[in-house]
Design a protein around this ligand. Structure first.
Ligand SMILES: Cc1cc2nc3c(=O)[nH]c(=O)nc-3n(C[C@H](O)[C@H](O)[C@H](O)COP(=O)(O)OP(=O)(O)OC[C@H]3O[C@@H](n4cnc5c(N)ncnc54)[C@H](O)[C@@H]3O)c2cc1C
Ligand code: FES
Length: 398
């Protein structure tokens, strides 16, 4: 795990260097300025994006495409399977940010592929699926995310990947990477879709099963199955999941089983219930949620809380975090020098340390479990659930 922390820190440092390379001042300088004159406070520093060029567009299904990206500066793209980029797009004069998981294997450093499924009435997904062509330039933040593993030659794992719809994307990166690097690891994939023509990577998955059998097993679930369908039918609910687990593993789950799941919230809840009832330890299940935390947070039942923010030089800002307001928005409203970049919980740039009080922080997010245990929170997605004092965490040291 320490190597993963080092790797993520190195990715964050790359982002930080990119920001400095574009002439923005380091946050420590802003703190120094703040010490000298209390008003107006320094402006928040947003990280620079990386320009990427689209080198291929693959139509995976009628509603999903894959975009292969290379960095405009020709540098390698470093990532762990399961991570995502945050795309920063200008559509009709307004900036929009959305996260898209990398679907390609981490063995390939020169390019990375993201896979996008059109969401009905979805602004950015429709824009990307309908308009992006080879040669287009995209600005991205990241990669980031903690829904990852580090493939290692010689490692022997028993992995269960469970995907629903576009949730296959990060799982595909994990599957492709582990199969390529870990010759002794075994993977079982449960893949749920509404209809057959919505199965992303259908042909490639069949080919991979033929190539890697018995190390790779694939169990499809279709809500609207055609006649003569040999896979499971219906929703991936608790009963269906329990049936599939029995089909895959018999009565007992393997002791070393690790599970990664990504899909619609009801599916993930059902899968979690089923797996825990079968005896899987909660810490052996990792989940990625595609619905941005901020939207879920808006639904959260919270009330206004007193908020104190302390900067690195000891300067304080005091006020309130409104009900459902992120700590980032509350801090900016108080004119505190908050750091931020993706505003989606992905890049780790807005880390704050909770000195007293408690926060609610929905997933998915880019903090490592160790960072969360150490009392860090991501200001862009966290809300105050009690009177709160936070310290603006300095960026990861270079
Ligand atoms: C960490 C992370 C990784 C992601 N990876 C991928 C990926 O690899 N591929 C991919 O296609 N998407 C991925 N997403 C989802 C993606 O970021 C966008 O949320 C999605 O494309 C919808 O954006 P939009 O602008 O089209 O929709 P919006 O205009 O923002 O929303 C339109 C409507 O659709 C609903 N909606 C938004 N997102 C979803 C969703 N995912 N499913 C169902 N309804 C939704 C909204 O609530 C709203 O009602 C990821 C999200 C996160 C947080
Ligand atoms: S701004 Fe990127 S995680 Fe908060």
């Amino acid at each position: 795990m320490s190597s993963l922390i080092r790797r993520l820190n190195s990715l964050r440092q790359d982002l930080w260097r990119a920001a400095r390379g574009q002439g923005q001042k380091a946050t420590v300088q802003h703190y120094a300025q703040a010490a000298g004159r209390r008003q107006p406070p320094p402006q928040p520093v947003a990280l620079a994006t990386t320009a990427m060029r689209v080198t291929a567009v693959t139509h995976e299904t009628p509603s999903a495409i894959s975009l292969t990206l290379v960095r405009q500066d020709g540098a390698d793209i470093e990532f762990l399977p399961g991570m995502f980029f945050t795309l920063v797009l200008n559509i009709a004069g307004r900036e929009h940010r959305r996260a898209y998981s990398i679907s390609s294997a981490a063995t390939l450093r020169t390019s990375a592929t993201i896979t996008i499924k059109r969401v009905p009435d979805g602004l950015v997904s429709q824009h990307l699926v309908d308009t992006v062509a080879v040669g287009a330039s995209l600005n991205v933040l990241g990669p980031a995310g903690a829904f990852t593993l580090r493939p290692q030659a010689g490692r022997q794992r028993e992995l269960l990947l469970i995907g629903g719809g576009s949730g296959i994307t990060p799982l595909m990166a994990i599957l492709r990477s582990v199969l390529a690097i870990e010759a002794d690891s075994r993977i079982t994939l449960f893949y749920a879709n509404r209809r057959r023509d919505e199965i992303i990577f259908a042909d490639e998955l069949d080919a991979l099963v033929r190539q890697y059998r018995p190390r790779l097993r694939l169990l499809h679930v279709l809500e609207e199955a055609p006649a003569a369908w040999s896979g499971a039918c219906g929703r991936l609910d608790v009963e269906q999941c329990t049936r599939l687990l029995t089909q895959a593993y018999g009565e007992d789950l393997p002791a070393d089983l690790r599970v990664f799941q990504c899909g619609p919230a009801p599916m993930m809840e059902a899968v979690r219930t089923s797996l825990l009832a079968q005896g899987l330890a909660a810490e052996h299940l990792q989940q990625e949620n595609f619905l941005p935390g901020r939207r879920e947070q808006a639904l959260a039942d919270s009330v206004a809380q007193p908020l104190t923010i302390i900067a690195a030089d000891g300067q304080r800002w005091q006020g309130y975090a409104a009900a459902g307001q992120s700590l980032l928005d509350a801090g900016l409203a108080l004119q505190a020098p908050m750091n931020f970049s993706c505003t989606l919980g992905g890049c780790g740039r807005c880390r704050v340390r909770v000195l007293s009080g408690s926060v609610a922080m929905p997933g998915p997010h880019g903090l490592l479990p160790e960072e969360e245990e150490a009392g860090y929170a991501l200001a862009c997605i966290a809300t105050a659930s009690s009177p709160l004092t936070i310290a603006i965490a300095p960026p990861t040291p270079l």
